[in-house]
Design a protein. Structure first.
Length: 313
């Protein structure tokens, strides 16, 4: 479930005017920006952008970039974009960071097939070349094969499973891992083509037949680049709520908060399943995510994240 709180009655024009007032005078009124934008869903934010441009012949996104700074600016910028455009930007940034491919896997494995296709279209529209082209240009070898297979996937979204096939392919994965053939073509094929429901059946059969989860089997191996990415892919495909909870936990508990990861999860999941992630975070850490965010962040950035979490103004 989503966490953002949207008021029943508001005007897009009044929101646009309110943002304009926040930019005027001595200093930016950041609280007004949080009060408006953190309480509007994606469709509403798009209409606010359109209303703002119609009133002032100015791009709201560019104005926000010029008015804000630091982690607050990054969070607001990601939030104000259409979801598919935001994912495209995040993918491009990740590709420019050498070896930072877990974000690509999140985008490819957590989204539905239609959502992933929308991201690929947004990427091409923004950067004038395809996501898969850039993935190929920034990777090589087995990692390239895995990532290209994931970003170009169009998985069956239904609930039908083939139990016999799940048994067979669980054994294929076990055999490949036992023989240290982590880049085996069957491993790549299964992870990049099977539906998520089928994959869950495969992972369950793997655990039942071999006495350990598939992720634990990989954890026992040296964490090279491919194995790390296989772990991320399997976690995202199997249970992305658990995956995101761990991302948040690691971002907060590390020495020096990982603001990029913290922002990424809260901004991208606030309209989807952040409430579920929050509940799991509390269950596993005995502290609320809201409290953890308050402890680790400051100022307008803190206020904005808390608002997206459903807490604060």
């Amino acid at each position: 479930m989503a966490t953002i709180v949207v008021p029943e009655n508001f005007s897009y024009q009044e929101d646009a005017e309110g943002l304009r007032k926040a930019f005027e005078g001595w200093g930016t009124n950041e609280k007004a920006i949080v009060r408006i934008l953190a309480h509007r869903n994606a469709a509403q934010r798009k209409q606010i952008r359109q209303a703002y441009h119609g009133l002032y012949q100015e791009d709201l996104i560019k104005r926000l970039e010029s008015e804000l700074s630091g982690d607050f600016e990054k969070a607001v910028y990601r939030w104000i974009l259409d979801p598919e455009d935001r994912e495209a930007v995040m993918a491009n940034v990740a590709l420019k960071k050498s070896g930072d491919f877990h974000v690509i896997i999140e985008i490819a494995c957590v989204h539905s097939s239609e959502e992933l296709l929308a991201v690929r279209r947004a990427y091409q529209a923004r950067y004038k070349h395809s996501l898969e082209e850039d993935v190929a240009a920034h990777t090589s070898g087995d990692i390239r094969k895995l990532l290209l297979g994931l970003v170009t996937a169009y998985r069956y979204e239904g609930s039908e499973i083939n139990a016999k096939l799940a048994d067979t392919e669980a054994d294929k994965l076990h055999g490949a891992f036992k023989d240290k053939e982590f880049s085996h073509e069957e491993v790549i094929r299964i992870l990049t083509t099977r539906s998520k429901t089928q994959l869950m059946a495969i992972f369950n059969r793997y655990r039942d037949d071999h006495g350990t989860s598939i992720t634990k089997a990989l954890q026992s191996e040296p964490a090279d680049g491919l194995i790390k990415l296989l772990r991320v892919a399997i976690r995202c495909l199997d249970n992305h709520v658990k995956y995101y909870e761990k991302v948040l936990r690691n971002a907060i508990k590390r020495v020096g908060t990982d603001e990029d990861a913290l922002t990424r999860v809260i901004v991208t999941r606030a309209e989807k399943d952040l409430r579920d992630i929050k509940e799991l975070y509390y269950k596993r850490n005995s502290v609320t995510l809201d409290h953890a965010v308050k402890k680790e962040t400051r100022g307008d950035y803190e206020d904005f994240l808390l608002a997206l979490l459903g807490n604060g103004n």
